[in-house]
Design a protein around this ligand. Structure first.
Ligand code: EPU
Length: 340
């Protein structure tokens, strides 16, 4: 029998530790509980909000909804061929536990995404990405329950419309599905992605010439550790803003004024991606505290709650940073974190 609680504070369920109350709240450990929850929501005319690891979330208002904390667990191999392995994980599993499972066995595809915080179910929603790799690169399929009809649907890569930190679950199907499991297709003879940032530097520092999957995952863990704050020690939600994409013409104009500006390939050939961290640092916000809130001292893209920051303070700071970046560079930066 599903236990539904009333008026539950969601602050502890987010890694940014900023939140508000949910009118109704339940923990989902089995799929039949999910079906019960759908019936309850329908009877009480409540929207459903799915909570994963809360690592990419800023809850800015009380939720008149049934909030479901996803704790569907389990990882298993469902198919194997000579060159590939299909691994299925239930959506409440920690993303990094799934990556650990694959890395330990030497199966390649997800290792650059090691230590990305959050659950398996949240990974496809925003097509998580790090160190030159995105979820979509090893994604095979996912199963989801339609929260309106209670029916199950299988999504393939094409169905998900993956893009930079984006998918159909953030757009057309926002709030419509509860993702129950994910299948990754991993390679037994993987090609490693070593070209992003400091990966090669770190490898050579440690005298590793031809890394295996496990060694690469360990390097990724070390690089992340040196730049990104551990959410259990310092409340944060990872990159707070997306890296903006601008036209070549705008880029050239900016480059004249700021010759040191960096750029990366973008989603379209006529655009360039520029690092929001660099823009925020340039606008003077890196490591600068405004009461209990600020942008992290080692990576300006990360909004940090030093303890007890309020929704109001956080929203004011986000606005302040956006305005200052626009004033200095004429570039709009948009939150990557889901603000609800
Ligand atoms: N930079 C600065 N100042 C800063 C931060 C960065 O000048 O304070 C410059 C760096 O020098 C570098 C460039 O910006 O040249 C890019 O920095 P970095 O490699 O650290 O990556 P990022 O663009 O800041 C993105 C993802 C991260 C992911 C890293 C590594 C987004 C919004 N963020 O950050 O993802 O871990 O690349 O692949 O795309 C997340 O989504 O939560 C996240 C942490």
């Amino acid at each position: 029998m599903l236990k539904i609680l009333k008026q539950v504070d969601l602050t502890p369920y987010t890694t940014l530790k900023i939140g508000a109350k949910a009118a109704y709240f339940a923990v989902i450990k089995e799929e039949n509980e999910l079906k019960e929850a759908i019936v309850f929501a329908r009877l009480h005319d409540l929207p459903i909000f799915v909570l994963g690891g809360g690592s990419n979330l800023l809850i800015s208002r009380p939720l008149k909804a049934l909030v479901l904390k996803n704790e569907l667990k389990g990882v298993s191999v469902i198919k194997e061929s000579r060159s590939a392995v299909w691994v299925e994980a239930r959506s409440g599993e920690w993303w990094s536990s799934l990556v650990y499972f694959t890395v330990e066995r030497g199966w390649g595809g997800a290792e650059n995404l090691y230590y990305v915080p959050g659950t398996v179910g949240a990974a496809p929603v925003q097509n998580i990405g790090a160190y030159g790799v995105e979820l979509k690169d090893s994604f095979f399929s996912l199963r989801a329950l339609d929260l309106k009809t209670g029916k199950e649907k299988v999504f393939t890569v094409k169905d998900c419309a993956f893009a930079y930190r984006d998918s159909i679950f953030k757009n057309k199907y926002k709030g419509r599905y509860f993702i129950t499991s994910l299948v990754l297709k991993l390679s037994k003879h993987p090609v490693l992605h070593l070209d992003y940032g400091d990966i090669r530097v770190k490898l050579s520092e440690q005298g590793i010439k031809k890394p295996n999957i496990k060694q690469l995952a360990e390097i990724i863990r070390q690089i992340r550790d040196s730049k990104l704050p551990n959410p259990s020690l310092l409340a944060n939600a990872g990159s707070f803003f997306k890296n903006p994409e601008i036209s070549f013409t705008n880029f050239k104009k900016l480059q004249k004024k700021f010759p040191e500006i960096k750029s990366f390939p973008a989603s379209k050939a006529n655009l360039l991606k520029i690092p929001a961290g660099w823009l925020i640092e340039g606008a003077g916000f890196k490591g600068k505290r405004f009461g209990q809130i600020g942008m992290y001292e080692k990576q300006a893209l990360i909004l940090v709650n030093y303890g007890g920051a309020s929704v109001k303070q956080a929203l004011a700071h986000i606005n302040r940073v956006q305005k200052a970046v626009f004033k200095k560079f004429g570039v709009k930066i948009e939150p990557e974190v889901n603000i609800i």
